[in-house]
Design a protein. Structure first.
Lengths: 246, 255
């Protein structure tokens, strides 16, 4: 199948996903379960990675700006900007594409090869709407919070790195993070996050839902889902940055 | 009654079903048999609406499937119960949640009423008290019984079974066969079973449809199968020495 066919099939899938849930009570139950599975269970890894990424960004900036003509508050400023503009939304989304994307593709792929999706269809349930819509809503609702936590912890990690390594003073770092704060950058980051959240829920769902074969194909679908979700995030990041900041 | 007329189905250049016509009646266990690759599974999936057919028609008590809109098709599907080869139970749900699932989606009942119905069907398949077990904690036969319970919980008009005995020991297979037969008689539903198991065919197959190379090669009852001289079905059924001897003794006795 060529790429255009895949893209067409993906949008056809979305048409089925965005239909009114057949039973709202079941939808809410599923939504809360998905928020736990796709959001809360990713909190630990996101917190861990963003804290250390913030630390590394601060240390590398400090080591690269050792000229007496460059003010030390620049370290805090650069760490803040990096975390808000890129590391928060994009880096976190790429991590989630790996963790959540493989989970969605493999769980749906397993449901497909064990005929659980056929069972749903035969019961008269719109399986795409039942399985994918709660995932999309869960990621759209929860990922902005996750990214906000990642931004905060990244900036905090940068401060902690300075304290632990004595490469810069706390007061300079705090001056830097307070300097030239632009709320629009937060809006930009949240818009990116929402778009990436949609991609993280739907591309792996597509790969899992249409898998054919057995367990080997489920594994392949899971890998492909992670690869294509990451590619989509990187490309969308480029276009969104050009559109919103260019 | 399910009526199939001149059903054709292809995948690319491969013409799988070549004009199959048949009827499946209420209160009878209708069996579809045939060699691997004869088109049985594709035929069953066409009946279930999982594969769209190119030519011909399938009607459920006069409702022609291809002429129904999406909502009507979904409504019709709520009248269908299906027992999959592997059970197709939802792994993340308990036995009780699996059986209650169609009720939660389609029946406007209170939790108490749903629980009563779940316990009733669990009793019916001889699995009382297994409500809180997960599918992974059950044996193959028990999983099949839970799948039957889920299939009948909505009081279906049509029950489809895909290889209900595959992977089961003969004793458990007989239990499943008897259960299918009893449910068909009790609820007067149209039951269609896709099977390889000749014991099942002889035991409960009140009507048998034999497919060969995507065509209907023979149709009859489990009694007629002993006396038919149709070469295709004789070659298929009596490829085993045991069945050959059973047939010979049957024919001797009837003379």
């Amino acid at each position: 199948m060529n790429y255009l066919e895949h893209i067409g099939k993906y949008f056809m899938m979305l048409r089925q996903v965005f239909k009114r849930p057949q039973k709202w009570k079941v939808f809410w139950e599923t939504l809360f379960r998905e928020i736990e599975d796709l959001g809360l269970k990713s909190l630990g890894i996101v917190m861990f990675i963003s804290f250390f990424i913030g630390g590394v960004v601060a240390i590398q900036t400090a080591l690269n700006v050792d000229s007496p003509f460059i003010p030390k508050y620049l370290i805090g400023f650069a760490t803040k900007r990096s975390m808000i503009l890129e590391f928060g939304p994009t880096f976190t989304s790429v991590i989630l594409a790996g963790k959540v994307g493989s989970y969605i593709a493999s769980s749906m792929g397993t449901m497909r090869v064990t005929e659980q999706i056929d069972a749903l269809e035969i019961m008269g349930i719109n399986s795409l709407n039942y399985l994918v819509l709660p995932k999309v809503i869960a990621t759209l609702l929860f990922y902005p919070f996750l990214v906000a936590i990642a931004m905060f912890l990244g900036i905090f990690g940068g401060w902690a790195a300075g304290i632990l390594t004595d490469l810069f003073y706390s007061v300079d770092y705090i001056d830097g993070i307070q300097l030239d704060f632009k709320p629009y950058f937060l809006q930009y980051a949240i818009v990116k996050t929402v778009v990436f959240a949609f991609v993280i829920a739907t591309i792996p769902a597509y790969h899992g839902y249409y898998v054919k074969g057995g367990s080997l194909e489920v594994g392949r679908a899971s890998t492909q889902a992670v690869v294509w979700t990451s590619v989509a995030i990187i490309l969308l990041n480029y276009f969104l940055t050009q559109m919103l900041l260019g | 009654m399910i009526e199939v007329k001149n059903l054709h189905k292809s995948f690319g250049d491969a013409h799988i079903l070549k004009g199959i016509s048949s009827t499946f009646e209420k209160g009878k266990v209708n069996m579809i048999i045939g060699q691997s690759g004869s088109g049985k599974t594709v035929f069953l999936k066409c009946l279930l609406g999982l594969h769209a057919h190119e030519e011909g028609s399938i009607s459920f008590d006069g409702r022609v499937y291809s002429k129904l809109n999406t909502d009507e098709k979904r409504l019709l599907r709520t009248e269908i119960g299906m027992l999959f080869q592997g059970g197709a139970l939802f792994d993340s749900l308990t036995v009780e949640e699996n059986i209650m699932f169609p009720l939660k989606m389609f029946a406007n009942q209170s939790k108490k009423e749903m629980l009563e119905r779940v316990n009733f069907v669990l009793d019916r398949v001889n699995l009382p008290g297994s409500n809180f077990k997960f599918p992974a904690e059950l044996s193959g036969g028990m999983q099949k019984r839970v799948a039957i319970a889920r299939a009948i919980v909505m009081n279906p008009k049509y029950l489809f079974c895909d290889e209900p005995n595959s992977g089961l020991d003969p004793q458990t297979a007989t239990v499943i066969d008897n259960l299918i037969q009893e449910i068909t008689d009790e609820y007067q539903i149209v039951t269609v079973v896709n099977s390889h198991d000749m014991n099942s065919v002889m035991e409960i197959g009140e009507k048998i449809l034999f497919l060969k190379d995507g065509k209907k090669a023979w149709e009859g009852t489990n009694k007629e199968i002993f006396v038919t001289d149709n070469e295709a079905i004789v070659d298929f059924v009596y490829s085993s020495n045991l069945f050959k001897k059973v047939r010979e003794s049957y024919l001797k006795e009837s003379k």
